[in-house]
Design a protein around this ligand. Structure first.
Ligand code: A3D
Length: 310
C-alpha cells in the first residue's frame, strides 16, 4: 500500500511540497488548508494530478479542509501559518501562528497520531515546541525543519564564493532559526579539504553572515512572503529519510534533553533520521567560542518559547 503524506497548509511552501512529494513518488498526498481556501487547494491538487502524465508519477493528490482526510498519514508536514513580509522578524509572527499551530496539533493528534511530523511554521523553534506540547507526541516523532535549510544555504553560498560544486561541500549549522544560528566553518569541508585551508577569514565571515540573514535577504527581494523552494526541498529530504529509513544525519530542530547542555528546547542539532523518526542527536565537541555562540542562540530561542506560555 502507498504511504500517505499530509501537508497542513497549501500556500507557497505547501504547493511546492506537494509537487516534490509527487515527483519523488513518496505516496498519496492530502493537502489541508482552511475552509476559506478549500477551492484553491482542490484546484492545486487537481493541477498536480493533471501534471502526472508528463511528470511520470503515480499518486493520488487531494485537497481538503477536513482533518478526517489525513487519517492514517505516515508523514505530516506543517506549513500552516503566516509568513514574514518585508521588515518583519520571525518573532513578529508568534501571536498569529501560536493559535494556528495549536489547532493544527490538535487536528493531527486526533486524526494521524502515528505520523512523523515536520514543522516549518515560524518562529520555527517555538512553533515546533508548541506542536510537540499540544500534540503530546513522543519527541522522536516531531522535528522542526530549519537546520537542513540553513545548512543548504551555507553550502550554496560557499559554492558560489569558491566556484566549486555545491555537492562537494559538507558542513552543518547549529542553533535557532534566526540571526543567532551557528554555522561551523571549522568543521566544513570541500571535497574532503578543510574549508579553513582554502578560504580566507574574510570569505568565511561573509558567508556566515549571509547564511544568518539568508531568509531576510529573500524576504526583501520578494517584498511579500518568504522563501518557498528551498524550505520545501529541505523538508522533503527529512521526510524521505524517515519514510525510506535512509538513516541520514541532518541538522534539524530536535528536542534536546541534556545534549549540548540544553534542556527542554527544540533547537538546531545534527540528528539521525530513521524509520523511528529522530532516533538520535549527535553531539559535536565545540570550541569555547562555538559554545558561547550556541549559548547565545539558546537564550534567543528560550525567550521566544517563554512567550508561548505552554
Ligand atoms: P503561505 O503561502 O501564506 O501559506 C500558508 C498557508 O497556511 C495558507 O494557505 C493558509 O491559508 C494556511 N493556513 C493558515 N491557517 C491555517 C490553519 N489553521 N490550518 C491549515 N492551514 C492554514 O506561507 P508559506 O507557505 O510561504 O510559509 C508557511 C510558513 O513557513 C510561514 O510561517 C513561514 O514563516 C514559514 N517558513 C519557514 C521557513 C523555515 O526555514 C523554517 C522558511 C520559509 C517559511
Amino acid at each position: 500500500m502507498r504511504k500517505k503524506i499530509a501537508l497542513i497548509g497549501g500556500g507557497q511552501i505547501g504547493q511546492i511540497l506537494a509537487m516534490l512529494a509527487a515527483q519523488q513518488e513518496m505516496g498519496d498526498i492530502v493537502i489541508l488548508d482552511i475552509p476559506d481556501y478549500l477551492d484553491p487547494i482542490k484546484g492545486k491538487a487537481l493541477d498536480l494530478m493533471e501534471m502526472a502524465p508528463h511528470g511520470n508519477y503515480d499518486a493520488n493528490i487531494t485537497g481538503t479542509s477536513d482533518y478526517k482526510d489525513i487519517a492514517g498519514a505516515d508523514v505530516v508536514i506543517v506549513t500552516a501559518g503566516k509568513p514574514r513580509q518585508a521588515g518583519m522578524t520571525r518573532e513578529d509572527l508568534l501571536a498569529t501562528n501560536i493559535d494556528i499551530i495549536t489547532k493544527v496539533a490538535e487536528g493531527v493528534k486526533a486524526n494521524a497520531p502515528k505520523a512523523f511530523c515536520i514543522v516549518l511554521t515560524n518562529p520555527l523553534d517555538a512553533m515546533v515546541y508548541m506542536f510537540y506540547k499540544v500534540s503530546g507526541f513522543p519527541k522522536n516523532q516531531v522535528a522542526g525543519m530549519a537546520g537542513t535549510l540553513d545548512t543548504a544555504r551555507f553550502r550554496a553560498f560557499l559554492a558560489m564564493e569558491l566556484g566549486v560544486s555545491v555537492t562537494d561541500i559538507a558542513g552543518t549549522v547549529l542553533g535557532g532559526h534566526g540571526p543567532t544560528m551557528v554555522p561551523l566553518p571549522r568543521l566544513t569541508t570541500v571535497g574532503g579539504v578543510p574549508l579553513t585551508d582554502i578560504a580566507d577569514q574574510a570569505l568565511i565571515d561573509r558567508v556566515v553572515e549571509r547564511t544568518r540573514e539568508a531568509g531576510t535577504e529573500i524576504v526583501k527581494l520578494f517584498g511579500k512572503g518568504s522563501a518557498f523552494f528551498s524550505p520545501a526541498w529541505s523538508a522533503i529530504v527529512m521526510a524521505e529519510s524517515y519514510l525510506k529509513d535512509k538513516k541520514r544525519v541532518l541538522p534539524c530542530a530536535a528536542l534536546c534533553e541534556g545534549e549540548y547542555g540544553i534542556n527542554g528546547l527544540f533547537i538546531g542539532v545534527p540528528a539521525l533520521f530513521t524509520a523511528k523518526g529522530v532516533e538520535k542527536i549527535y553531539e559535536i565537541t565545540l570550541t569555547d567560542e562555538e559554545k558561547a555562540q550556541l549559548a547565545a542562540t539558546v537564550v534567543a530561542v528560550q525567550k521566544t518559547v517563554d512567550e508561548c506560555n505552554v
